[in-house]
Design a binder for this molecule. Structure first.
Ligand code: NAD
Length: 499
């Protein structure tokens, strides 16, 4: 089927409503969702109000007492059913994600759909072993134990880049622990979240999951500063994180922050270059480079740098850029016009600072249909000494910058010299070197001879300005629950302090 025919068949037309307390509700007005391949509007999204955000919190609060008492078996079954529904409706997301944020359609079936289904199944398994402890205290006349309780209403503030996966990373553990949730999707990826919730709505009692669409400073701010919200979880950028934390502080609400990255991939002189080049390409060009864990920085040993860059630049130049709905497309458009302009500005600034462009300045070669799309060719920059701003700034697009090094202590220092600390990696066939460097890198994740592997169970999150809190793991259950200590007197004698 041609991309025109796919678009013709997939034309929701209607305005997207919000989901509050089990009902689909309209906002007073709407904003346009733009298809980034064409640069034209394809849907209208409800522009929610602060009052609607408050209504969603109230609905989640109302649903809490019954939901927190639901049995582990019930929650396990529901999370498993959510995973089944995602897989059964993979076709819906294969049309939706490319149309909404430019994710190449070929990636939806191999990344977004299986990864999000796996996350719900992982937490479905954890539900049955989520428990407190019996505490061995000194006093033989006391029985002390803990039970793990849900926190209450969770406000989950989402980014646009991987809506299905970021929802799963927050919703699955929150529900598994017995919390109720208000989701606030990005203004650039709301329809995917609404369609997902429509798909699973009948599995959950009304109010357990709510979605409020609209803009950060209105609905987002109303949620994160709300005194009835027990925890805020954000995946987003640094400036947003600071605003969210300031608002949450006013209500003494704790937060989880999954923020940006500038992740360094170190390639030693003994690396398997074929694999390193392929992984470097996947690390930066998967998801159009719009991934917090993208391998956006390459640190290449001087003995292999030229060979690596010849192969890598040739590979980048061979990548097919085009309509995100075309199964042949390997890199799609960037999410929006403002984001496209930001990414281009980073490249332009790098050039002004003397950085060479090894790939990315070729003709796009797309027809007139795509003249308003937000396309950028996979770009390889070369700054051997790593002095330009692009070496430490998060670009969030298909742009990587390569540097050269000769000393392994120095390369670790250079890799660590950014505000961020999300992911990193080292390519070497020397086992001792791999472990040594892995131990020295300041990052939440270190990959050795691989990139982009995020198995459920392995904690995902950052250090430094990349945030705090961990998703995708057993530890995440501790983020969404609190221990309650129950201390029972077994007949201890009292000290006669007051007669
Ligand atoms: P963003 O920070 O612009 O927006 C994130 C969300 O915050 C949106 O829903 C937005 O509406 C909301 N928001 C904005 N201002 C707000 C406010 N004052 N109060 C409450 N909510 C507010 O981020 P983005 O552009 O959607 O996503 C890209 C960023 O996210 C990048 O920096 C990327 O690295 C990061 N990211 C991190 C991870 C991770 O897991 N660490 C994953 C994906 C993306």
């Amino acid at each position: 089927m041609t991309t025109e025919a796919v678009r013709e068949r997939f034309r929701p037309g209607a305005d997207y409503q919000m989901f509050i307390g089990g009902e689909w509700l309209s906002a007073p007005d709407a904003f346009e969702a733009v298809d980034p391949s064409l640069g034209s509007a394809w849907a209208a999204i409800g522009n929610g109000t602060a009052q609607q955000a408050e209504d969603a919190v109230a609905a989640a609060r109302k649903a809490l007492p019954a939901w927190r008492r639901s049995t582990p078996a019930t929650r396990q079954a529901i999370l498993g059913a959510v995973a089944d529904r995602i897989e059964a409706d993979a076709e819906l997301f294969a049309r939706l994600l490319p149309t909404e944020n430019g994710r190449p359609v070929r990636e939806v079936g191999i990344a977004d759909v299986p990864a999000s289904a796996a996350i719900y199944r992982y937490y479905a398994g954890l539900v049955r072993s989520h428990r407190g402890d019996q505490i061995p205290v000194e006093d033989p006349h006391s029985l002390v134990y803990t039970v793990r309780e849900p926190l209450g209403v969770i406000a989950a503030i989402l980014p646009w880049n991987s809506p299905l996966i970021t929802v799963a990373n927050k919703l699955a553990p929150a529900l598994a622990c017995g919390n109720t949730v208000v989701l606030k999707p990005s203004e650039f990826a709301s329809a995917s979240v609404l369609e997902f919730v429509r798909l699973i709505a009948d599995l959950l009692p009304p109010g357990v999951v709510n979605v409020v669409t609209g803009f950060g400073p209105t609905v987002g701010a109303a949620l994160v500063g709300h005194p009835d919200v027990a925890k805020v979880t954000l995946t987003g950028g640094g400036p947003t994180a600071r605003a969210v934390m300031a608002a949450a502080a006013g209500a003494l609400t704790p937060t989880i922050m999954e923020l940006g990255g500038k992740s360094a991939m170190i390639v030693a002189e003994d690396a398997d270059l074929g694999r390193a080049v392929a992984d470097a390409a996947m690390g930066i060009y998967l998801a159009n480079g719009e991934a917090c864990i993208a391998s956006s920085r390459l640190l290449l040993h001087e003995r292999i740098a030229d060979d690596f860059l010849d192969r890598f630049a040739a590979l980048a130049r061979s990548i097919r850029v085009g309509d995100a709905l075309d199964p042949d497309t390997q890199v799609g458009p960037l999410v929006s016009r403002p984001h496209f302009d930001r990414v281009l500005a980073h490249v332009k600034k790098a050039q002004d600072q003397g950085v060479r462009v090894l790939a990315g300045d070729e003709e796009l070669g797309l027809g007139p249909t795509y003249k308003d799309g937000f396309f950028l060719r996979p770009t390889v920059l070369h700054d051997p000494s790593g002095q330009a701003d692009v070496v430490t700034d998060e670009v969030f697009g298909p742009v990587t910058v390569a540097e050269t090094f000769s000393d392994y202590d120095e390369v670790v220092e250079r890799a660590n010299a950014t505000r961020y600390g999300l992911a990193s990696g080292v390519w070497t066939t020397d086992l001792a070197r791999a472990h040594r460097i892995a131990g020295q890198l300041d990052a939440g994740i270190v990959w050795v001879n691989k990139w982009f592997d995020l198995p459920a169970g392995a904690p995902m999150g950052g250090v430094k300005d990349s945030g705090f809190g961990r998703e995708l793991s057993w530890e995440t259950m501790l983020e969404y629950s609190a221990p309650k200590t129950i201390n029972i007197d077994l007949g201890a004698p009292r000290f006669p302090l007051w007669g």
